[in-house]
Structures are given as structure tokens and as C-alpha cells.
Design a protein around this ligand. Sequence first.
Ligand SMILES: *Cc1c(COP(=O)(O)O)cnc(C)c1O
Length: 386
Amino acid sequence: MRTTCPRACDPPGARANLTHARARLTIDLGAIVANWKRLGVLAHPAEAAAVVKADAYGLGLLPVASALAKAGCGTFFVAHASEGAALRRILRDGGHAAAIYILHGGPLDAAGLELYQAHDLRPVLASLPELSFWAGALNDHDGLPTSAVHFDTGMNRLGLRAGDVDAARAVSPALVMSHFITSEIPDDPNNAAQMARFASLRRAFPHAKASLANSSGIFLGPKARHDLVRPGFALYGGNPCPGQPNPMLPTVRLDVPMLQFRDVSAGETVGYGARFTARKPMRLAVVPLGYADGFARNGGALDDNPDQGCLALVGQQRCRFVGRVSMDLSVIDVSEVPEAWLTPGTMAQVLGQAVTLDDLATATQRIGYEVLTSLGRRFERVYQTL
Ligand SMILES: *Cc1c(COP(=O)(O)O)cnc(C)c1O
């Protein structure tokens, strides 16, 4: 898989074919693998798993999981059993063996059990009914996959209580786990409290491996890492240490072709609702990127907030989106861009080295996780392997 796409910083002439003009998402599998290895080095001697739920955070389960398995990743986490079944097929087709954990545990009924058995999926058991179902199944069936047990140490979402330890021991889990609630804020006292609760719970399972840390948790130090770490966001280039330089490599880049240009005079408005008014004569570029593509509707500057709005890189110039983003289109202020760049089909970079995942998220009051998992299905996708 190689890419031949024009880059936003290439000279004019490197253009999209306008008949098929659409946004292009470039996903760097080499960077995802490098991020996974980097986290593995940091977490050592703990093993680094990979969380690939929600279609590998929107980047594509097949290419992402294949690249990670090829690089040696031996443990994957997904949310749903159906995601696990799809992942198992991908791994088998690629000749890879790996453990697959299903974070949501269920559906734990006869049909669910068949799915777990057929695809060798390990449930993450997170309630007393799930534990008793699995204990019964272990009695009745040979060769069931092993399981994990998930204790709630503060989230109050899924998970067993400290009083459920005996029931959990009855299923002889291979893994005991919990999940941080504030790991991206290193000095939040919840972190230390959760680490202490988990360390004590984990002692009741001397034969199981232990796992607590998500991406940010890995950066909380050795006490957070135990035997297995579960990064998702950081694999995909998200910053696990908000407020500090991002230790991860960027993995996604989004380029959109400029379709048309238009000069407006001072006083004219842009977009639905007339929410942005030009204060001076402006040159605008229209791009095929809208909220149906996961680009937030509040991605453009408005009159009551003229310094808000996402940035795009056109040539070397940072430019601002203006006006309400519509379903399929949005508008960029290219007034400062040299004329030579303003030809239909020239790409504007919306996400990449200059505008990071976290920049894009902040500009629209979202988090990088949301930006990734809502990346549109209409983009041309190009996977880079090196
Ligand atoms: C999603 C998830 C992860 C991964 O979290 P990131 O913050 O993306 O690294 C780890 N563990 C559990 C239980 C999760 O649900």
C-alpha cells in the first residue's frame, strides 16, 4: 500500500482530480506501530496490548489490527463480541494468533457463548450475573476460552465490587482489570486512590495477570502499569499527556480539495444563519467537508466568536474556517494565501502536522477521541505502511 497523494505543501499542480474531488484521509500504519512500540518500551516489563474498539477508533480495524499483529501485538481489546468475531477473522486470515478480550462481556447467553467459543474470544466479566453464567458454562463445556474480571474502582460504570472477589475467583480468570477515571490529570487524587484499591484487589488473584492503565495511565508511572497496559488513543497519535508536548507520532492526516473561490465584500455574510460577517473584503474557498463527515458544525468562526474556528493549512498559510459548517461543505478564509495556490483541486490540510488531532478537538469543544471516532465514511482512505 503506497500513497501518491498530493500534499498540502506540494507546489500547485499537485491536485485532486476534480471530477472525484473529495477529502482524503491518510492513515500512517507505520506511525501507529511505532507508537505501540514506544508505549511498550515505556511500560516494560508490562506487555502492551492494543485497544481497537470502534473500528480501531475510526481508523479501520482490518489495516490497523493487521499491522499491529504483524509487529507482534499479542493482546487486543474490543468493546463488542461482534467486533471480536470480525477481529478474529482478520487475525486468522493474516496467520496471526492473539488474545482478544471483549470489554463489554455480554451478551452472555447461549448464543453469545457460541460466539465466544467459535471465535476464541475472552469475555471481560463485569457483574455477578455474568460471573455466575460463566462459572456455569465452565462446568458444562470443555475448552471454553479463559476470561478477565473487571473491578470498578471509581468509575461506577461497568465492573464488580470489592465484595465480589470470591465469586470472581470461581471463574479462574486469566486477567484482573480496572479502568482509570482521571488518568489524563496526573496529580488528581483519584489516580492514587484507584491504584491503591486495584493493588489490593489484584492480590486476591495471584495466578492472573493484572491490567489497569489506558493510554494516559501508562504515564502515571510503574504503579499504574502492572502486567498489561491497554492503550487506545495514544496508539492513534492522541496526546496522553494533555498540556505537555505530545510524546506520540501523528497518525492521521486529512486533506480537502478546494472546489471554488469567491470574493466577498465587507458586510456580506457566509453560510446558514448568516452567522459570520466579512469585516473587510475577503477571498473564500469552498471545500467538500461537512458535519456528515464528522467535521463539527461549530468548526467555523462566527460573529460572536471571530477567533474561534478550526484552522487549515493552504500552502504555508494557516487559514480559518468561517461560518456555520453545513452537511457537506464548509468555507475557509484564504484571503492571505498567495494567488498561485488558489486553483480548484489544490488541497487544504485540515488535520496533520500543522493542525493536530487535539487542536482540531479543542477548536470545536470536543476531545480527540471524538474527532477520531467520527471521521467520515466518505473520505478517500489511503493507508501508508512505512
Ligand atoms: C477504551 C478503553 C481503553 C483505552 O483507553 P484510551 O484512553 O483510549 O487509551 C482501555 N480500557 C478500557 C476498559 C477501555 O474502555
